[in-house]
Design a protein around this ligand. Structure first.
Ligand code: GBH
Length: 510
């Protein structure tokens, strides 16, 4: 669970660092973009300010404080009230891009297509976007990072009602394109639809907290919720392409996250197939309909039968029509695991493709060194493989829209210790090396990298105990202090891009 997963430093940082590979500082193309990312509920605060309506996260964190470590996002980083300070900080970091998400219930407090619009909410994002552009920073905007207007969950079950949700999301997206689209060149509809479906409607760890324990059917709800996000995404893409893109000229797509999977037993055909199946259940679920205009992967149809919704003829046409307009692949990636084929037939509750996920293989080798959170190990070699997998299957330039880690023991450190984040620096360095190798040695197109996160923030069910920021936030006072990784990112991207410009990379090869 998110909340019980903090890894305290049992060894000194030096020992934790010793187990990591050295960074090679491999070059990147001169036009490679880098930036940092956040999400509205995790940083904004201002939960009831200026007419904002409640989201399912306001409700979930207040109703289930035990699930969120007794914390909520009422204040978070207070980014809503510290906008100027945060803009100045972003500028000082030298980022090319800032990826943030819009809180739907700030713009439309009740969320629906016939509900009133809140101009003060619009004004906040206008100030943010204008402030970025004035500093030469490009906004990359996520429309949905998990904070559905609460009223839509109550009114018709939110994403469980595909037709209503699709229509309301399309209307909300249209509002964003019309008000902000003259200045936004990269749109992301949904952040990690897999996590929304499985953690919101299966384990119940994230809002709205559905699981069998709360009396819901976790054998069907996640697949319905996935279906709704795919169709709402496609409707938003169609709207953008038809009514806005001709004049606004931006790009639109979605962000899919996943681990990469290595076979538990490298000699087992069944385990190798399990890896592929696991990736199809994780990524292909959304990627095949959205990027290929195809049906769900055959492995999913086979296992899930009638529990996996069908696309109508009109929906198939919509997917086929919009697929080519998803011109980039947004990838959130943190870590990897081993996959072992289960011998027993899949349970109705299974969402993995009947695969057991492990951190150690059949020879007792760990997939990678542990970071400051139990689910995240440093697995840069597998990152390179995932880049190849996504490129081969979907053939879209990839933007890494999130990547990062907490340092071991970080939350228990003094400020001086926390800002000296050598473990994070090494993690970034290794993962950026993997991107360079994928580009220059494997021929994969990777166009940008956004570190998660701009600052320590509300880490969902883990509350404030897990810190992913390149900026330290002292939550009681809101004080921001740059960590060393912030300077490292600026310098490493400058060095790596200059190496290419200076001719150290010829014909795309090292
Ligand atoms: C991203 O999700 C989110 O987009 C971002 O908001 C978040 O802050 C960031 O990751 C860091 O967590 O505790 O064993 O149940 C990444 C996908 C899915 C990774 C849930 C952690 C919890 C595993 N996340 N998973 S566990």
């Amino acid at each position: 669970m998110f909340e019980s997963n903090e890894v305290r430093a049992s060894t000194s940082t030096k020992t934790a660092l010793d187990v990591l590979d050295p960074v090679k500082e491999l070059p990147l193309p001169p036009d490679f973009l880098w930036g940092v990312a956040t999400a509205s509920y995790q940083v904004e605060g201002g939960a009831e300010q200026d007419g904002k309506g409640p989201s399912i996260w306001d409700d979930f964190s207040h109703r289930n404080p035990s699930v969120t470590s007794g914390e909520d996002g009422d204040v978070a980083c207070d980014h809503y009230n510290r906008l100027e300070e945060d803009l100045a900080l972003l500028a000082s970091y030298g980022v090319d891009v800032y990826r943030f998400s819009i809180c739907w219930s700030r713009l439309i407090p009740l969320g629906g297509r016939n509900d009133p619009i809140n101009e003060k909410g619009i004004a906040f994002y206008n100030n943010l976007i204008d402030g970025l552009l004035a500093r030469g920073i490009r906004p990359a905007v996520t429309l949905y990072h998990w904070d559905l207007p609460l009223e839509l969950q109550k009114r018709y079950g939110g994403m469980l009602n595909t037709a209503e949700f699709q229509a309301d999301f399309e209307h909300y997206a249209r509002l964003c394109f019309s008000r902000f689209g003259d200045r936004v060149t990269q749109w992301i509809t949904f952040n990690e639809p897999y996590i929304t479906a499985l953690f919101g409607f299966h384990s119940g760890i994230l809002a709205p907290g559905h699981s069998t324990k709360t009396g819901h059917d976790s054998t069907t709800e996640p697949w319905r919720v996935g279906h709704s996000q795919i169709l709402a995404h496609a409707a938003a893409v169609q709207t953008y392409v038809t009514d806005f893109q001709p004049s606004q000229k931006g790009a639109i797509s979605i962000v899919l996250n996943s681990d990469f999977y290595e076979p538990y037993d490298a000699n087992s055909e069944a385990d190798k197939e399990a890896c592929q199946r696991r990736l199809e259940f994780y990524v292909g679920w959304f990627g095949d309909p959205i990027y290929l205009g195809a049906d769900y992967p055959a492995s999913m149809r086979k296992q899930l039968g009638s529990r996996l919704p069908q696309f109508s003829d009109a929906e198939k046409d919509l997917l086929k029509m919009t697929a080519p307009h998803n011109t980039f692949y947004g990838m959130n990636h943190y870590t990897s695991q081993f996959a072992r084929a289960r011998i027993d037939p899949p349970s109705e509750d299974d969402h993995t493709g009947n695969v057991e996920e492990l951190t150690t293989n059949s020879e007792g080798v760990e997939i990678g060194p542990l970071s400051g959170v139990s689910w995240l190990r440093v697995t840069h070699r597998q990152f390179r493989k995932l880049l190849n997998w996504a490129w081969n299957r979907y053939q879209r330039p990839i933007y890494i829209t999130e990547n990062g880690c907490p340092c071991p023991g970080e939350n228990s450190m003094t400020l001086d210790q926390a800002v000296d984040d050598q473990f994070r620096i090494r993690y970034f360095g290794l993962y950026i090396d993997a991107i360079s190798q994928a580009i220059n040695e494997d021929g994969v197109k990777v166009a940008g990298y956004y570190a998660w996160s701009f600052m320590d923030n509300f880490e969902w069910a883990a509350g404030y105990t897990i810190r992913f920021g390149i900026t330290h936030v002292d939550f009681p006072t809101g004080t921001r202090t740059p960590k060393k990784s912030a300077a490292y990112l600026k310098e490493t991207f400058e060095r790596r891009r200059a190496a290419a410009a200076n001719g150290k990379v010829k014909n795309g090869k090292l």
